[in-house]
Ligand binder design. Structure first.
Ligand SMILES: [Zn+2]
Length: 570
């Protein structure tokens, strides 16, 4: 038994995420966590919401709520949806937690003590009417390049030109509309990442087992152009972690907060404290402090490729720079993008299926199976309603669901709703056991390696072996001449159902539980040995014929859903 710390990239608070977000971090992380628990390992699986920064303030203003209330409400919405998808977080925390405030301030103090924080005075746009400095997104004006009237302070959305707020014509505050803007001096803290470049470079170089997607992105940021840049870690905002040096005030930094990119990854650690403080566990430090027992922990992070720079460079810079014995990530599993039906998912245009909508139309397992079996690992992947319908109907309804239905119904009609006695295994059964054993070994190897698509393919092949066995031995034909032999065949096939349920649980936990329940199977241990697993249900063991495990998606539904999710969400 080993100890595994697993984190999923933490979703931003402003709104409900789409299926591409789900398959890019939370869902594969859940697959891995469920698998490792099933194999008997000790797992701490953490996720949280990322709540600070300007977009949260803007979203709260749009919703007409104070930002703290907005974040609390949206945290609950995201937590409920995560439950709906059966994401088995040990804790779903919040980056705005008191624990994260304290820990973020602690790290800033430790980094300052190590000489890795620089105070920089710079000029920034100040709105006299609003009485505050304005982040770029709070400033709008006319684009000097194309004349677009709603260009933002950092970029024109019309011509995509990168802008500086002073470039804008008739610049005004989006809060008050005031044009009374002036440049004022303000002081900010910078993390001197450049001083850690060689140390980070050596660390990344040693990670020869990491996916190329992960290390190539990190290396690009380390070496392209002028190399790894120092980064501002503070902002003139109200909503965030107040700037402090440990538990001390930081002269000149009054009224400022840490920049969201600095505090968000620290929430991975704070989340473990929240987990303990919520009464769900004890001794969080044995997961995070190498001087307090975390040395034997294997830490795996899951994320989309856009998050790789923060996790390979910025967060490790914070940890390494602190000089304290915090656990560093051992393996980063990163994902490409899932596209939607010939284009991209778009939150602003409501294009694609969002997590809440997905659960309104089909149970979680349908989505979990399709998304994981098409996870964008080696390249971007694409969701289309045609492939979704075809694959779900084939894999779940025709292969797995149909197998269960045929076996249990046949047994009920020819024998009873109990495992039948009689007959014995022959060469066909021995061959099946050999094939299943080979495939089980391959499945475990792919799951251990977090090869999500390969794991799904192997599981599908394991299901298919059951159908092929039924086709080969044809118990409905055997029964006419040799009922004892048919009983032996059905006995084996009935035993395949809990075997499948246990192996499939990381992918389709609800269906797995239903199958185990229907078979009255109480032993949910991972099958170490196929032969003994296929005799686990003894002669006379009662079961019930399960309801339809997976229904088929109809053509009408496919057409209706394709139209509904083409991009009209308001
Ligand atoms: Zn423009």
């Amino acid at each position: 038994m080993a100890r595994h710390l697993i984190t999923s990239a933490i979703p931003y608070i402003n709104g409900i995420k789409h299926l591409g977000n789900l398959v890019g971090s939370q869902l594969p992380a859940d697959l891995y966590a469920r698998y490792l628990r099933a194999r008997g390992h000790e797992v701490l699986f953490l996720c949280a919401t990322d709540e600070h920064g300007t977009p949260a303030e803007l979203a709260a203003a749009k919703a007409g709520k104070p930002v703290a209330e907005y974040c609390a409400d949206m945290w609950q919405v995201q937590a409920d949806i995560a439950d709906g998808f059966r994401l088995s977080f040990d804790h779903f925390g919040r980056s705005s937690s008191p624990q994260n405030h304290k820990l973020t301030q602690h790290f800033a103090g430790a980094l300052a003590d190590a000489g890795l924080i620089e105070e920089v005075t710079e000029k920034q746009v100040y709105s006299v009417a609003d009485g505050r400095f304005l982040p770029d997104r709070y400033i709008e004006g006319t684009c000097p390049n194309c004349g677009f009237e709603s260009a933002r302070g950092d970029q024109c959305d019309n011509c995509t030109k990168q802008l500086d707020p002073v470039d804008l014509i008739d610049a005004h505050s989006t809060i008050s509309g005031s044009t009374e803007l002036e440049m004022r001096e303000t002081k900010h803290l910078y993390l001197r990442q450049s001083k850690l470049r060689d140390e980070l470079d050596a660390w990344i170089s040693a990670k020869t087992d990491w996916p190329i997607l992960t290390t190539s992105i990190a290396k690009k940021w380390l070496h392209d152009g002028d190399g790894l840049q120092d980064r501002g870690i503070t902002r003139d905002l109200d909503w965030g972690v107040p700037v402090k040096r440990g538990d001390q005030d930081w002269p000149g930094m009054e009224g400022k907060v840490f920049y969201v990119w600095f505090d968000a990854p620290i929430e991975y650690i704070a989340c473990a404290q929240e987990w303990q403080d919520a009464g769900k566990g004890t001794d969080w430090q044995r997961w995070w402090r190498t001087d307090k027992g975390a040395d034997d922990v294997r830490y795996t992070q899951f994320m989309g490729k856009d998050n790789v720079p923060f996790h390979t460079l910025s967060f490790p810079a914070t940890i390494k720079g602190s000089g304290e014995p915090w656990k560093l990530v051992d393996y980063i599993k990163s994902f490409n993008y899932l596209n939607y039906d010939g284009g991209q998912f778009s939150t602003s245009r409501g294009r694609g299926v969002f997590m809440d909508q997905a659960l309104e139309i089909l149970p979680a397992d349908y989505w979990r199976w399709w998304l994981l079996s098409h996870a964008p690992e080696s390249s971007d992947a694409e969701f289309t309603w045609e492939t979704f319908q075809t694959d779900v109907n084939k894999d779940l309804a025709d292969v797995l669901g149909n197998f269960v239905s045929r076996v249990t119904k046949f047994c009920r009609s020819k024998f009873s709703e109990a495992v039948p006695d009689g007959g014995a295994w022959g060469d066909t059964e021995e061959a099946l056991i050999a094939d299943l054993s080979t495939r089980l070994t391959a499945y475990q190897a792919h799951m251990d390696a977090m090869e999500v698509r390969k794991s799904a393919a192997e599981l599908r092949a394991i299901w298919t072996l059951g159908n092929e066995y039924l086709q080969t031995v044809a118990p409905w034909t055997t029964f006419k001449t040799d009922p004892d032999q048919a009983a032996a065949q059905i006995r084996l096939a009935l035993n395949l159902i809990p075997f499948y349920a246990v192996l499939s649980a990381p992918f389709i936990p609800d269906a797995s539980a239903e199958l185990l329940d229907a078979m009255n199977a109480t032993d949910t241990a991972w099958p170490d040995d196929v032969r003994s697993a296929l005799t686990a249900l003894p002669v006379g063991h009662a079961f019930t014929v399960p309801d339809v495990t997976f229904r088929k998606i109809t053509d009408d539904e496919r057409v209706e859903w394709a139209d509904r999710f083409a991009g009209t969400r308001d």
